[in-house]
Design a protein around this ligand. Structure first.
Ligand code: OAD
Length: 306
């Protein structure tokens, strides 16, 4: 099923998978449609762009970004990669080692809750230990530059909040909370796992139902309020910054199309082209923890000059 953004009750399905995680090959051609492309992450951005003869376009881009009134930052697993957390796709990605059908669907939980909990316990432990990296910190600092800034994340790790971001929409839920699969009662995951041996399930709810992590699984609906807030802000944004997502999971990825269709300046920061890089006017290629501080420095320099 292909789901259009704006459909808040839309199911999150692995439909994007059918496009293949490496669709980026189709969009990795030469810069076109006014795209500015920084090819090498290890060179100063201006230097790279000079190489491409695009310095004036970089200036235009930074000027437009600096003047933005409404900014949305849309993130995926790549923004937390430099905090030591796994991404999902690619050669070292989670889904190259595990089948998502065994771990991230309601059917998997019904079939084998012990296995699903064992995997989420491991992820939860890794996320608790992880600290925000430079990319999370720059994004948090941007709320001082752009007071209405909204972070829309597909991540369940809460690293944006821990870096200080105040307005964060968690499109795919959070691992820090769990809820009863039968009655919906919510409990912090830490409380639920306290004193429970690694191979055991958390104690059941008073209603007899099993607790599960409050993450959105494939085939489930996204939280309606979260998706509609994300879609509203995206449709009104002047600048839409996409960081570290392969953009193959819908309806989340549809926000990029929504932003581009509504006329926002779409900026992508990623180690490699994504499935929707084609929609970005500006593609900054490299690790988010290096690219975002550089972009931030460009914004600061622009402000001090003007
Ligand atoms: P993916 O693993 O699909 O994509 C991560 C993207 O980040 C890739 O395009 C990488 O090239 C890029 N990347 C890796 N390290 C980076 C870095 N240091 N800096 C910048 N970019 C980097 O993760 P998502 O797009 O977030 O859902 O995946 C979307 C959803 O699929 C997840 O929310 C999850 C997953 O299955 C569920 O489990 C429901």
């Amino acid at each position: 099923m292909s789901v259009h953004p704006g459909c808040a009750a839309a199911a999150l399905e692995p439909e994007g998978e059918a496009r293949g995680p490496f669709v980026q090959e189709q969009v990795s051609g030469p810069p076109d449609r006014g795209r500015v492309r920084a090819q090498r992450a290890d060179s100063p951005a201006a230097g790279v762009l000079k190489q491409n003869g695009l310095v004036s376009r970089l200036r235009d881009f930074v000027a437009r970004f600096a003047a933005a009134r409404r900014v949305v930052v849309f993130t995926g697993a790549g923004v937390s990669q430099e905090s030591g957390l796994d991404v999902f796709r690619g050669t070292d990605g989670t889904w190259s080692r595990f089948r998502l059908e065994d771990l991230a669907t309601p059917e998997a939980f019904a079939r084998d809750p012990e296995r699903v909990w064992a995997w989420y316990r491991e992820r939860y432990a890794a996320m608790r230990q992880a600290s925000p990296n430079a990319a999370h910190r720059v994004i948090a600092s941007w709320q001082e530059r752009f007071p209405s800034l909204l972070v829309v994340t597909q991540n369940v790790d809460r690293l944006h909040q821990r870096a200080g971001s105040r307005r964060v929409v968690e499109l795919h839920g959070t691992i820090w909370d769990s809820h009863c699969a039968r009655c919906g009662r919510s409990r912090p995951t830490a409380e639920l796992l306290e004193g429970v041996a690694a191979e055991e399930l958390p104690r059941p709810c008073a209603c007899g139902g099993l607790f599960r992590p409050s993450v959105v699984w494939f085939g489930e609906a996204l939280p309606a309020a979260a998706f509609s807030e994300a879609a509203d802000e995206t449709g009104r944004s002047d600048v839409f910054v996409v960081v570290g997502t392969s953009a193959v999971v819908w309806p989340a990825a549809g926000l990029i199309e929504l932003a581009a269709g509504a006329g926002a300046l779409v900026v992508e920061v990623n180690r490699e082209p994504s499935a929707l890089s084609d929609l970005a006017q500006v593609a900054l290629q490299g690790p988010a923890g290096e690219i975002l501080p550089r972009l931030d420095a460009e914004l600061a320099a622009w402000r001090s000059r003007s």
